[in-house]
Design a protein around this ligand. Structure first.
Ligand SMILES: Cc1ncc(COP(=O)(O)O)c(C=O)c1O
Length: 393
């Protein structure tokens, strides 16, 4: 047999379904409600800071673990918001987006055979992250409509081999915001089994209806056993800039930084400078950001419900999970392909968020990080679904 094949690791996962949907959408000239990137501009001050950094010739490698100014801004922001002191030199590592931050963390702390607890449905990167780092994933299901977990099922997923739990709050794809009680239950298991929490909090500022984001690092006994992951991508509408970070306990920072250095050396130097400006944005920006997304959420909920989708209202992040059974398709992938080709709207098949694909077969995820005109166009196109949903099955 030829040796010119992909590695065993690479054959264990497929290409990203989300990014495939974006490509299909381009092919068919559809309205892209699949991949979570805004189609409106980033804040002017943040863009201006990036241009100014390039004009000032910030063109060479930054310190591999992140420009000092940005690490200090990240530490200051976390401390001011959440009351936990962070030492930038010992705890902050700037990476190429939350994506690389997660990979550098997993590869830095996981040994082959270590178990990692993952809530499903999950952000699709966590599966390949586990495979590439050699982790054995143990899945715990979040059940609609409110995406709660069974505490006994969670407890049963922990054992002596458990090295870490991956948490994502506010959550993609469900919009769930983990409550303090839920975080305390998770923290108790982490303490009991000496487990690390790896917490992806990139939707921290996109949260609705008076809910509050609670970093698990601030729950009792968790500061020394949490890696918090965040990024500029969602908060400042710059998903293409690729600037994210980890805040880790000092004892783990060296391992994360080493992996990060050999994966990417560092994030774009001028965009790290712009990150300092971004993190200095006045509080009113974050209030308006959340309010703008709340309005878009309500608008897309209304559109989808009028077109016969059953929607699970998100408490945070910018996605709506829907139930598609009424349309009578064989599965979510067939329906998603029909939607993009015949209706002209791209969404993500639910099965790409589940290990047990059957659980996702009845679901589709839509994103609403889009201009009003984009959502209105989706509304017009989805009207063509009318006959499908109401036809006798
Ligand atoms: C939960 C979650 N984590 C990470 C990412 C990727 O973040 P970044 O652009 O910072 O790599 C996304 C993007 O959709 C996401 O939804």
């Amino acid at each position: 047999m030829s040796k010119l094949t992909g590695s065993k690791k690479a054959t264990q996962f497929t290409e990203s379904v989300i990014r495939e949907m974006t490509r299909l959408n381009q092919l068919h000239g559809g309205v892209n409600l699949s991949q979570g990137f805004p189609d409106f501009p980033a804040p002017a001050a943040v863009k201006e800071a990036a241009c100014a950094a390039i004009r000032a010739d910030v063109n060479q490698y930054a310190v591999t673990w992140g420009a000092r100014g940005l690490r200090e801004a990240i530490a200051r922001d976390f401390e001011q918001r959440h009351g936990l002191r962070i030492v930038p030199d010992e705890q902050v590592t700037v990476c190429c987006g939350a994506t690389e931050a997660m990979m550098a963390t997993m590869m830095g702390v996981i040994d082959p055979g270590d178990e990692v607890v993952i809530f499903e449905p999950f952000y699709e990167n966590y599966g390949p992250d586990a495979i590439l780092s050699g982790a054995t994933p143990r899945y715990v299901t979040l059940r609609e409509p409110s995406w709660t977990f069974d505490p006994d099922e969670l407890a049963a997923a922990f054992n002596n081999r458990t090295k870490a739990i991956i948490l994502n709050t506010p959550n993609n794809p469900t919009g769930k915001v983990f409550s303090r009680e839920e975080l305390e239950a998770i923290a108790a298991l982490c303490r009991k089994w000496d487990v690390l929490a790896i917490s992806d909090e990139i939707y921290e500022h996109i949260i609705y209806d008076g809910r509050r984001h609670i970093p698990i690092a601030t729950v009792e006994g968790m500061a020394d056993r949490t890696v918090t992951i965040n990024s500029l991508s969602k908060t400042y509408s710059v998903t293409g800039w690729r600037v994210g970070w980890t805040i880790s306990p000092p004892a783990l920072t060296g391992a994360i930084r080493k992996v990060h250095d050999f994966l990417t050396v560092g994030a774009a130097a001028p965009l790290q400078e712009a990150g300092v400006a971004a993190l200095a944005t006045p509080e009113s920006y974050y209030i308006e950001l959340a309010e703008g997304y709340r309005r878009r959420r309500d608008r897309l909920m209304d559109i989808l419900e009028r077109h016969h989708f059953t929607c699970y209202q998100p408490g945070g992040a910018y996605y709506i999970m829907t139930d598609i059974r009424v349309f009578g398709f064989a599965n979510d992938v067939a329906f998603a392909r029909y939607l993009v080709k015949d209706i002209g709207v791209a969404a993500v098949p639910g099965s790409s968020f589940y290990r047990d694909q059957a659980s996702g077969r009845t679901k589709l995820r839509f994103c609403f990080c889009k201009r009003d005109e984009t959502l209105d166009e989706a509304d017009r196109r989805l009207a063509k679904l009318q006959n499908l949903a109401t036809a006798p099955k």
